[in-house]
Design a protein around this ligand. Structure first.
Ligand SMILES: *Cc1c(COP(=O)(O)O)cnc(C)c1O
Length: 415
């Protein structure tokens, strides 16, 4: 990987026409260590957030030794980075053959579920392989309600009464019992965790079983900004985690071994993408990336990314004032929905051929790239300076939900 101090230097050297990913391994290791420092339990990185080998290897170097995995490919990815790492198989709905692979080949001993038919699948494999159930922790995934950028609790999880039955069934078979939840992604309010912990405490009480571990999932927020560039700053993990731990204590889980499954909070800041403006048409710009490449997460998650204007020094004459104005951003593909539904605020002097560095895209970007229309960004450089500290004009990208796409362009001075 070629190495540069910042994106400006990379652009001056490469004058790239394809999107370039700027990877910041020091930032990644730092953010991983920040999480490890504030969380007293076991930190299991959620591999789906970004499972690239370079990411996983740097996490291992930072001290992460446990991974939350959901598929055989993720088992392979995590063990590729650390052959003796512990894997937690926390997908509640699994193929029978994958459960067998997990127990037999990968020696996985932690697994989650939210239905009795899944208990039956797990038990069938445990019997077939003659494994002692007491060596396996079965986590019951609890249904929760949250206020995340992404609301994930609708898909998985057992309601309290159902969860209580599952806990009793699992305990009676002889498995160790765990409880787990995942309140969503980019969760900025403690209330979501508090509500989930209240449910966990209720299930524990009603089931009357010993709880071997509590897994509080992921969802911890990355430092994006808020819509309209307003509102309070996103809380740092150093502020948020002590408050969550207090809630854990209050719910009576203070003496239970804890697990967390962070994704976004650890990897968001370590990657940026440098895109080129292929064309400016009034207040509309066409870039060489888009929702089918690196930007789908910000699009679905109502996430506002930081952006930096990198003007092309070869362009000697520029129109417009040096003030931030909103640009409608069109993606590279021919798909008419490939338009970011909220503007990027960038200097009015921006023109065809300039570059934009979009920061904090480490989560849910590389894994969600498609080959649609033949565009597949895959060029990486290493960048030393954290995005926030690099020189140059700042802007920000305001990206919102798909529901807004057909909207009104009147604010954009189309021509
Ligand atoms: C996606 C996921 C995570 C990671 O979520 P972040 O919001 O990126 O922290 C953790 N646990 C489970 C079960 C998940 O599905």
């Amino acid at each position: 990987m070629q190495r540069y101090r910042n994106a400006r230097e990379a652009v001056d050297d490469l004058r790239p026409d394809v999107p370039i990913y700027g990877f910041r391994p020091q930032v990644l290791q730092q953010d991983a260590q920040r999480f490890l420092a504030v969380f007293p339990g076991k930190t299991a990185y959620a591999v789906k957030t970004n499972g690239e080998p370079a990411i996983l290897e740097n996490l291992v170097a930072a001290g992460v030794g446990t991974f939350d995995v959901a598929s055989p490919q993720e088992f392979v990815a995590a063990r590729g980075a650390k052959p003796d790492c512990e894997l937690l198989y926390m997908h509640p709905v699994k193929a029978q053959s994958d459960i067998r692979l997990a127990f037999e080949q990968y020696r996985i001993r932690s697994i989650s579920l939210d239905h009795e038919d899944e208990v039956a699948k797990v038990l069938r494999i445990v019997r077939a392989l003659d494994i002692d159930p007491a060596t396996i922790t079965v986590f019951v995934r609890l249904a929760t309600k949250g206020h995340a950028a992404y609301e994930l609790s609708k898909k998985f999880g057992a309601a309290p009464g159902h969860a209580t039955e599952l806990v009793q069934r699992i305990a009676s078979i002889g498995f160790r019992v765990g409880l787990c939840f995942h309140v969503g992604s980019q969760v900025e309010d403690i209330g979501s965790y508090r509500d989930a912990l209240t449910i966990a405490a209720q299930v524990r009480r009603d089931a009357g079983a010993e709880i071997a571990a509590l897994d509080i999932g992921g969802g911890f927020p990355a430092p994006y900004r808020h819509e309209g560039n307003a509102g309070p700053a996103v809380p740092e993990i150093e502020q948020m985690m002590p408050r969550i731990l207090k809630e854990i204590d209050a719910a009576g889980f203070g003496d239970v071994p804890l697990i967390a499954e962070p994704g976004r909070v650890i990897v968001a800041r370590c990657l940026s993408v440098i895109v080129r403006v292929l064309l400016r048409k009034g207040r509309r710009i066409y870039i060489n990336d888009g929702i089918w490449s690196s930007l789908s997460d910000s699009w679905t998650g109502k996430i506002m990314l930081p952006a930096r204007f990198l003007p092309d020094p070869a362009r000697k004459r520029r129109a417009g004032k040096d003030e931030l104005v909103p640009f409608r951003v069109c993606g590279a593909t021919c798909d008419s929905v490939d338009i970011l539904s909220r503007p990027f605020f960038l200097p009015d002097t921006l023109d065809t051929g300039d570059w934009i560095e979009i920061g904090h895209i480490g989560a849910y970007s590389l894994s969600l790239r498609t080959r649609f229309n033949g565009f597949y960004p895959d060029t990486f450089v290493e960048i030393e300076t954290p995005f926030e500290e690099a020189p140059g004009a700042r802007g920000y990208a305001s990206v919102e939900t798909m529901g807004d796409v057909p909207g009104d362009d009147s604010a954009f001075g189309e021509n």
